[in-house]
Design a protein. Structure first.
Length: 437
């Protein structure tokens, strides 16, 4: 059988190697795929039995075929290229440990170089580990929760880069007003008086990471300009565990910001947003096996968290989302843990997961925990937190369930420059999800 008969995406394929049978559906960007695939599904094919020389030949072939290459990123012995071909976007990633080339077709996103931007300003880029109300006894009740997180980074151009959003129990009217007011205080206003959110990034599709966006943009969309959205959400049809409330977020973004720029995240992407560099180190599609492209091997949905490294003034901040031991094991076998070293880390999954190897790779002297001090030190969690303590210095562990902490990057790492009191308490029943189980 001619190996080309397996081709199911629209770009030129490598001359060497064998195209695995089938295609992996990596899910849409902002459309709802609850009832089936949409016209914006990202699709991945795998070419097996190749080496780095084969990949380099493939890149040269792409250039000769008229593809516009806008990304070339080396990752230890791996390599990623991003290119545009026939008005579609593609990412090709060579994995040295698998001897594979993985090619993803993204039908709707902008080219990476047009999603990114490099205009800077005179502001000092500041990371705000924003405080959300967590249950004081580390429990889930009818109006409290022990998870949820949101980070806000004020970039040098005065815009905001926002990560996740927290659960709806953490967004009473008082708390949501406080979040908007906080953003108003730290961000530069546009000429029309609106806050400029240059990008909102979602680590994964759980409601305690998306609800805050839904609530804020529903109430204040006329006072906020949202320019970009990025995530690595996989297909709901293949990946069990999505929170239906994530559809609320997608619908709100689509309704109020129909021209928002979007980016589906894939391992190997590296780009600028103002003065900050974003590099994707892990996406859930990485775990898919070439001989089972219709199966997601991850048992825990939190393992679908995309992992990115942010670089600010030469210092690195690792965002882990709710990642798990499955990601740790995969990265150790197939990834590049040498790239994970950072000066600051977001402790994964509110300190619920035991990740000794991952925290060793990162070896961060500063840690941010999306939980209360009490919750992180609870009997079930303290031994997990001790793996973080091995690398932090002088008690540099901060608990976002107790306050909001501001950090600036210096030549010596990230330094806490301000602390703000927590706003909001137990949920006031002022809103609820539109989509539920």
């Amino acid at each position: 059988m001619n190996k080309r008969e397996n081709q199911m995406i629209g770009c030129p394929m490598p001359e060497k190697g064998v195209i695995a049978k089938g295609v992996y559906d990596a899910g849409p960007m902002l459309k709802d795929d609850t009832n089936g695939p949409t016209n914006e599904e990202s699709l991945m094919q795998v070419v097996c039995g190749v080496n780095i020389c084969d990949f380099n030949e493939y890149v040269e072939m792409l250039k000769k075929s008229g593809a516009r290459i806008y990304l070339e990123n080396g990752m230890i012995n791996d390599r990623c290229v991003g290119f545009e071909y026939n008005d579609k976007q593609y990412y090709a990633m060579f994995s040295s440990k698998r001897n594979e080339i993985r090619i993803v077709e993204d039908p709707v996103e902008l080219p990476l170089d047009k999603f990114a931007y490099s205009e800077t300003g005179d502001k000092k880029t500041t990371v705000y580990c924003y405080g959300l109300y967590h249950d004081p006894a580390n429990k889930n009740t009818l109006n409290t929760i022990n998870c949820g997180m949101i980070y806000i980074i004020r970039l040098s151009d005065g815009s905001l880069f926002v990560v996740d959003g927290g659960y709806y129990f953490q967004h009473s009217k008082e708390a949501n007003d406080a979040l908007f007011n906080f953003m108003s205080e730290i961000a530069d206003k546009q000429d029309d008086g609106r806050i400029r959110i240059s990008c909102w990034y979602f680590t994964h599709g759980h409601d305690d990471h998306t609800d805050g966006c839904t609530r804020l943009l529903t109430r204040f969309h006329d006072k906020i300009n949202l320019e970009r959205v990025m995530h690595g959400f996989q297909s709901r049809l293949l990946c069990r565990g999505f929170s239906p409330a994530c559809i609320d977020m997608k619908e709100v973004v689509t309704e109020y910001y129909p021209n928002v720029k979007t980016l589906k995240l894939h391992t190997g992407q590296k780009f600028r947003l103002s003065d900050m560099t974003v590099e994707v180190l892990f996406a859930a599609e990485d775990t898919i096996s070439a001989d089972a492209l219709d199966t997601v091997p991850l048992r825990d949905f939190n393992s679908t968290s995309t992992i990115v490294k942010l670089t600010i003034d030469g210092q690195h901040f690792m965002l882990l989302g709710d990642t798990t031991t499955e990601t740790e094991a995969f990265t150790e076998k197939y990834g590049n843990p040498e790239l994970w070293k950072a000066e600051m880390v977001q402790v994964s999954h509110h300190c619920f997961n035991h990740l000794p190897k991952m925290y060793e790779w990162i070896s961060a002297p500063v840690a941010s925990v999306p939980n209360r001090f009490y919750g992180a030190h609870a009997h079930d969690n303290i031994h997990k937190l001790r793996e973080v303590f091995k690398y932090t210095k002088d008690g540099q562990v901060y608990y976002n369930g107790d306050a909001t902490y501001a950090f600036e990057a210096t030549k010596d790492g990230f330094v806490n420059v301000a602390t703000y009191p927590l706003s909001g308490k137990e949920f006031d029943m002022s809103w609820k999800h539109k989509h539920t189980v």
